[in-house]
Design a protein around this ligand. Structure first.
Ligand SMILES: Cc1cc2nc3c(=O)[nH]c(=O)nc-3n(C[C@H](O)[C@H](O)[C@H](O)COP(=O)(O)O)c2cc1C
Length: 173
C-alpha cells in the first residue's frame, strides 16, 4: 500500500474481529516500531504484547472501561524508560514521551498497511496498568492500542481536520 494511502486511510478502530494475527504480520508491525528514530538513539521503549484474555480485560478496565480494547486479539502497551541524564536540554525527563510516541506512530501506520486496525489509547490509569503488567518503577506507560482486524473492513476517511491555512504559517507565527 502506498505510504500516503496508509496515512490517509488510518483511523481509530473501536470494533474488532477475534481473528488471530499471523506471527509474521505481528513481527513486521513491531519491527516498524523498533527502527524508529529517537533522541541520541537511546530507544527508551518497551512494547508489551498482551494476548492473555484476562489481562486484556483487566487492561480495558484500567482504560476507564473502554471494553472494546479487550475485543482485539492483541493489545500493545508502549512503555518508556524515564530518562534522567542531560540531553542538551531536549525536554529532560519528558523526552521519552516524544521518542515512544514516534515509535508508536510507526507501529500504528505499519498496522494500517497490514490491514490491521488500531486505536491510540491515552486515557488509562498509569498505576493500574503498571500493576497489571508488572511494569517496574522507573518505567511509565505512554500509550496503548488494541491490534486486530476491524469488524468493518472499510477503513474509510479520517475525521475532519483543520485546513492547512489554519495550521501553517510562513516565516512567523
Ligand atoms: C494521544 C491520544 C490519545 C487518545 N486516547 C483515546 C482514548 O483513550 N480512547 C479512544 O477511543 N480514542 C483515543 N484517541 C483517538 C482519537 O480520539 C482519534 O485519533 C481522533 O478522534 C481522530 O480520529 P481518527 O484517529 O479516526 O483519525 C486518542 C488519540 C491520541 C492521539
Amino acid at each position: 500500500m502506498d505510504f500516503y494511502e496508509v496515512i490517509r486511510t488510518r483511523r481509530s478502530i473501536r470494533s474488532y474481529k477475534p481473528d488471530p494475527i499471523p506471527e509474521d504480520v505481528l513481527t513486521r508491525v513491531l519491527e516498524a516500531a523498533r527502527i524508529a528514530p529517537s533522541g541520541s538513539n537511546r530507544q527508551p521503549w518497551k512494547f508489551i504484547v498482551v494476548k492473555n484474555e484476562e489481562l486484556k480485560r483487566k487492561l480495558a478496565v484500567a482504560c476507564y472501561g473502554q471494553m472494546f480494547i479487550g475485543e482485539a486479539p492483541i493489545v500493545i502497551v508502549a512503555c518508556g524508560y524515564n530518562i534522567h541524564w542531560n540531553r542538551g536540554e531536549y525536554m529532560g525527563d519528558l523526552s521519552m514521551l516524544v521518542d515512544v510516541s514516534i515509535a508508536f506512530t510507526h507501529l500504528i501506520l505499519a498496522a494500517r498497511a497490514e490491514g490491521l486496525g488500531t486505536c491510540w489509547i491515552g486515557s488509562f490509569s498509569n498505576e493500574k496498568v503498571k500493576e497489571i503488567l508488572g511494569i517496574p518503577k522507573d518505567v511509565n506507560v505512554v500509550a496503548i492500542t488494541p491490534l486486530g482486524y476491524p469488524r468493518d473492513e472499510d477503513f474509510g476517511e479520517p475525521g475532519p481536520r483543520k485546513p492547512l491555512s489554519e495550521i501553517v504559517s510562513i516565516d512567523k507565527f
